[in-house]
Design a protein around this ligand. Sequence first.
Ligand code: PLP
Length: 449
Amino acid sequence: MNEHSNPRGSRTAEEIIARDKRHVWHPYTQHGIEVEPQVVARAEGASLFDANGREILDMISSWWTCTHGHAHPKINAAIARQANTMEHVMFAGFTHAPAVDLATTLAGLLPGDLNRVFYTDDGSTSVEVAIKIAYKSWVNRGETRRTLIAFDGGYHGDTLGAMSVGRSSQMFGAFKDLMCDVRVVPYPATFEGDDAVEEREAGALSALEALLKDHRQSIAAMIIEPMMQGAAGIRFCRPSFLKRVVALAREAKVLVIFDEVATGFGRTGKLFAMEHADVTPDLVCLSKGLTGGYMPLAATVVRDRLFDLFLSHDFDRALPHGHSFTANPLACSVALAAIGLYEEERTMARIAEINAHHRTMLGVLAARPDVTRQRVLGPVLAFEVGDDGAYQSEASRTLRVWYLAKGLNIRPIGSTVYLMPPYCITDEELARAYAGMIEGLDRLASGSL
Ligand code: PLP
């Protein structure tokens, strides 16, 4: 036996951290400056628990994935049932009930003729596939259109195509030479009491109009996170803006991709964010809440007419894309169980209650001189701390560490502090989260963090 064998023999939190430090590379982490990761021993409902049983309220739903709560008994039962039947089978030339039932369910939930489901493993790959489908649909029509339109600050994942359309997020400078051609349009982020939003919307729309006019022949698709840009700092737009953007793209015959990876499954107060504006894209990307946050699974759902462009006796017209775990039966069964809970547990009604509590908090936040741009959409509450841009990442890290010590998983994005809880959160837990959040702000303001 050497030091690398029997890794599960050591179970104390200290030993896990020591092994983590030696062998693990974490996402979005600068290991040179980060504090030690938090060991999570178990999770239940809206809470995570460390090795000593200390509770941490998961106020950002574990990177926006967890919808109905951790370790939900009905979802657990669905996994167990499926695991005892079939864990996985390749998905080219084979099919199975969980994948077919889920595709049928998604087609039923989504508007219009968004009927054809291509499964992938995560949000990034669902976007990658949407871009490839859009591009190849033009190739199959006999046209070459290489350019994509994205919105300023938009984030769509970390694979190459997804990074390209997220290039303005300022996270991917190191990779810019590898990216495909993307034109970026301003995004009119808005908040409570924003009296300049119309002006900003007009600017964004005329920039989009000009782009569509000048480059219409080379633009394959436009991608947008409908209603809420997530990683850009929880930035909302108005439904009327979304509606107008889609109308302009349609007039120019440019394909519309909605990235609902973060916004889908209730995260903006509707099951899908597109419902706010009553618009239907040509392609929609779903992940995160698709499985209730349980397992990696994603779907790129496209309109029938787009799928038809790939039909032929010639393989060259097909979509040459697939993953080892495409349509994993465990993940599809979990997704079906998670979707079923919206009705069984009246989840949308609970989301409306969370929204009402957040709205009450808006008043508290409005009275604080250190808080600006407070905003609420569905079960999401967000605001900025300090002057725009002046709030260094060092302060946001300090705030995050303090919140964690206080038993709250709240991770500010730059100057943006936000709450995006699992929908199962109780009123008492929510009150606890608000109190802790405000105490953190007080301490930051008084320099005692
Ligand atoms: N699209 C949006 C809007 C996202 O918020 C994210 C992740 O946060 C992604 C795509 C990428 O998803 P994943 O991290 O599952 O690859």
